[in-house]
Ligand binder design. Structure first.
Ligand SMILES: [Zn+2]
Length: 309
């Protein structure tokens, strides 16, 4: 079966892509997420797959990327900010709905797999992918495969504490996970906006802060410099632990081009090594990378031998 379908289950949209074995995009569709309704979400997925397969005249393998993960303990989705999907046996329901085996992984895992397969990190033995957006996620692809651990949380660095905190950074803002000062509270888009507001008393979102810095506003530039140093600290701990060949950034904040020079210039100070050869790269496939990774995930799962029960 050469057709690889990937579906990205986002909080605001559901996107489907159909890839040929070469990676060529055969079809792409988006529709708004039916927010709040699990049944309507399943129905939207069923319709997207049916339309794609009838238009292309072939059946495909199907992989899904979603925030959160299936809990190995309960078999139910956890940690998704599309909260209407949490507590549901999403992978089993999708396999029943589409009447075939499916694969499902965290959206950051899909980003890592996409860029490791035919993207910015193609050929790299180890890739850490980061999503810097509404939240902060991470995933790992090792030798072209998603690293899946017993807790389904590999790469979830967003809820580690901010490393080497300055006194002014303690205890940090409360996080929805129940702790305070998590990396996500500093490095998400809303985290950048909060830091700027705390320093200036005025409210601006991430893109407005970036624009103000480009126009020479000192407070906005200072906020970006703090952000870059925090990102360098956060990634330095990942490099110390895993020493990945390549780190790829995704999510809205990853569009900030200066990060790819400024963060490696700063992480040298924190990494326990005389040289740091780690590459920090933007995603070659841009906003489409996650959905492409979902398609590759579905294909690789279909090709893999069945796992013993
Ligand atoms: Zn947290």
């Amino acid at each position: 079966m050469a057709l690889a379908l990937g579906i990205d289950l986002g909080g605001t949209k559901i996107e489907i892509i159909a890839l040929a074995a070469s990676g060529e995009v055969l079809l792409r569709r988006r529709r708004p997420s039916p927010r709040g309704s699990y049944a309507a979400t399943l129905e939207a997925i069923r319709a997207l797959v049916q339309e794609a397969e009838s238009e292309l005249g072939a059946a495909g393998t199907v992989g899904f990327g979603t925030p959160g993960a299936i809990s190995p303990a309960s078999g139910l989705l956890k940690n998704s900010n599309s909260t209407w999907l949490n507590g549901r046996p999403l992978d089993r329901d999708l396999a029943d709905l589409l009447q075939r085996p499916i694969a499902l992984a965290n959206d950051a895992d899909c980003l890592a797999l996409s860029e490791a397969t035919d993207g910015a990190a193609a050929g790299a033995a180890s890739v850490f992918a980061v999503i810097l957006g509404t939240g902060v996620g991470g995933g790992l692809a090792i030798h072209g495969r998603v690293l899946a651990g017993p807790n389904a949380i590999a790469g979830e660095w967003g809820h580690n504490p901010l490393p080497w905190p300055a006194p002014a950074e303690l205890p940090g803002a409360p996080c929805y996970c129940g702790l305070s000062g998590c990396i996500e509270t500093w490095l998400s888009g809303p985290g950048l906006a909060r830091d700027y507001r705390d320093a200036t008393g005025s409210a601006r979102d991430g893109p407005a802060i970036v624009a103000a810095a480009a126009e020479g506003e000192a407070a906005a530039e200072a906020a970006l410099l703090r952000y870059e140093d925090r990102l360098a600290r956060g990634l330095a701990t990942v490099i110390n632990l895993l020493d990945p060949e390549t780190i790829v950034l995704g999510g809205g904040v990853s569009n900030l081009e200066r990060l790819y020079a400024s963060v490696p210039a700063r992480w040298q100070r924190y990494v326990f090594s005389d040289t740091v050869r780690t590459r920090l790269l933007p995603p070659r496939h841009g906003d489409s990378s996650g959905v492409r990774g979902a398609a590759w995930l579905g294909r690789s799962r279909a090709l893999a031998p069945p796992r013993p029960a």
